[in-house]
Design a protein around this ligand. Structure first.
Ligand code: GDP
Ligand code: IMO
Ligand code: MG
Length: 424
């Protein structure tokens, strides 16, 4: 059985927490896209961990955690993360695809220089080198983790790339060059520290499929940050939608049995770009403070908005979602009024689908259905029956408006604060 778990909104929906919960029963957990732009928080009896590259199954004994070919890896960050995992005795095993591309020091510098050059039109990237690393992959100048096995050939590839990258850094962006020696020193360390984790991850997947094991595919970012279907150009540089789990791991379309989309009971976004249901003022501040809505990777304050069902329905289509996971229900406790955006208005007309055009997206008016809040805590509630009737009503409406069932509800950051919904 293979289940893909994707972010349904603009990232940070609580994918890590849900994966950690479901991974108790999983044999293999595989990350398929993105890099250390992601920050997936898991919280269990071993502690609280912000994982950037390693899949969220690592907290469970007996799991195989694969970092797939569709990811981009900053080896320095991965080494640090592996050290943290070993120091804290997180028991899952880790395997890195030899096909995954590396984020090199020049990618990080280029990401930051490109953003500075964009000025007021900056994307608001995480500055981790994601875009430039994927660009090199697509233009066939990329360097893969498997290249670490042959240092001599790798050095020659790096020299060729660096020749051009340094010209761009110096002559176009007027910034410092990177020395070849600096990178050559690094690759020796990377080779030494990472080689034991490098594997043919596709083969591991195929063998586990053959044995009918439970496999979880872990998405990063969110559907609306997808390079093709997100709010371009304010997106990341990979396919974060469920389709990315096929190309990013070497699977076929028929392999996937179920796709779950993780959504917050409201919406957040980090970085620039359209956000139709964004709110400002007291409600936004309250949510940001109670929910701690600051980036797991960059610490930036997250932008806040109400649940956008138009965007959610779009997410259902581009991901082929079977079910929704609703997280952070507890954050809505104590609000007098809670809103769900059911459609948009644009130039006096009703718009019931998510538009592509940036100008339209920036000028649509969200139309809301309002719900009475509940003056009762849902924090850490772990059974559906124990939820108050107003919260249940809100969730039922979410299902009806979006049009797919809710399969899990999350009421707190811990593993246990999770309500699985069994549909008969
Ligand atoms: P991810 O990138 O989708 O894995 O999400 P992040 O880890 O970046 O952000 C989600 C944050 O919300 C983390 O700090 C989680 O510990 C926390 N979290 C997840 N689910 C819940 C929930 O149901 N309630 C509350 N209060 N916090 C949650
Ligand atoms: P997780 O997996 C939220 C956003 C950045 C920026 C845009 C492009 O934790 O949900 P990039 O560095 O990827 O080129 O930045 O994408 N972004 C995320 N926002 N959660 C994430 O990951 C994100 N990864 C990238 O803020 O707007
Ligand atoms: Mg995150």
């Amino acid at each position: 059985m293979i289940v893909t778990i994707v972010g349904g909104q603009w990232g940070d929906e609580g994918k890590g927490k849900i994966i950690d919960h479901i991974a108790e029963k999983a044999d293999v957990i595989a990350r398929y896209s993105g890099g250390n732009n992601a920050g997936h928080t898991i919280e269990n009896k071993l502690g609280k961990f912000a994982l950037h590259l390693v899949p969220g199954g690592v907290g469970w004994e007996g799991t195989k955690n694969l970092i797939g070919s569709g990811t981009v890896i900053d080896p320095d960050v991965l080494i640090q993360e592996l050290e943290l995992i070993n120091e804290n005795n997180l028991p899952g095993k880790i395997f890195i695809s030899e096909k995954a591309h590396m984020i090199m020091p020049y990618h990080i510098k280029l990401d930051q220089a490109e953003e500075a050059y964009r000025g007021s039109e900056a994307v608001g990237t995480t500055g981790r080198g994601i875009g430039p690393a994927y660009s090199d992959k697509i233009s066939r100048n990329g360097i893969r983790i498997g290249d670490l096995k042959d240092i001599e050939t790798l050095q020659s590839k790096i020299s060729k790339n660096l020749n051009i990258k340094n010209k761009i850094l110096k002559e176009i962006y007027n910034t410092d060059e990177i020395s070849e020696k600096y990178i050559f020193e690094k690759i020796k360390v990377w080779n030494q520290k990472l080689s034991k984790y490098i594997a043919n991850t596709e083969q591991i997947l195929y063998e586990n499929i053959e044995k009918n094991k439970f496999i979880l595919l872990e998405g990063a970012q969110g559907a609306l940050l997808d390079i093709d279907h997100g709010t371009y150009p304010y997106v990341t540089s990979s396919n974060s939608i469920s389709g990315g789990s096929l190309t990013g791991l070497g699977l076929g379309a028929k392999d996937i049995d179920n796709v779950m989309g993780v959504f917050k009971a409201f919406t957040t976004r980090v970085g620039e770009g359209p956000f139709p249901t964004e709110i400002f003022g007291n409600d936004a501040e309250t949510i940001r403070e109670i929910a701690g809505e600051f980036g797991t990777t960059t610490g930036r304050p997250r932008r806040i908005g109400w649940f956008d069902a138009v965007a959610a329905k779009y997410s259902v289509n581009i991901n082929g979602l079977d079910g929704m996971v609703i997280t952070k229900l507890d954050i809505l406790d104590k609000f007098e009024k809670i809103k769900i955006c059911t459609h948009y208005e644009y130039e006096g007309e009703v718009l019931s689908y998510f538009p592509t055009d940036e100008k339209i997206l920036n000028n649509i008016k969200p139309v809301y259905k309002e719900f009475e809040g509940w003056d009762e805590s849902t924090f850490d509630v772990s059974s559906y029956e124990a939820l108050n009737s107003k919260a249940k009503g809100f969730l039922k409406n979410l299902e009806d408006i979006v049009g797919i069932p809710i399969v899990y509800i999350s009421t707190g950051p811990s593993r246990e604060a999770t309500i699985p919904i069994k549909k008969s």
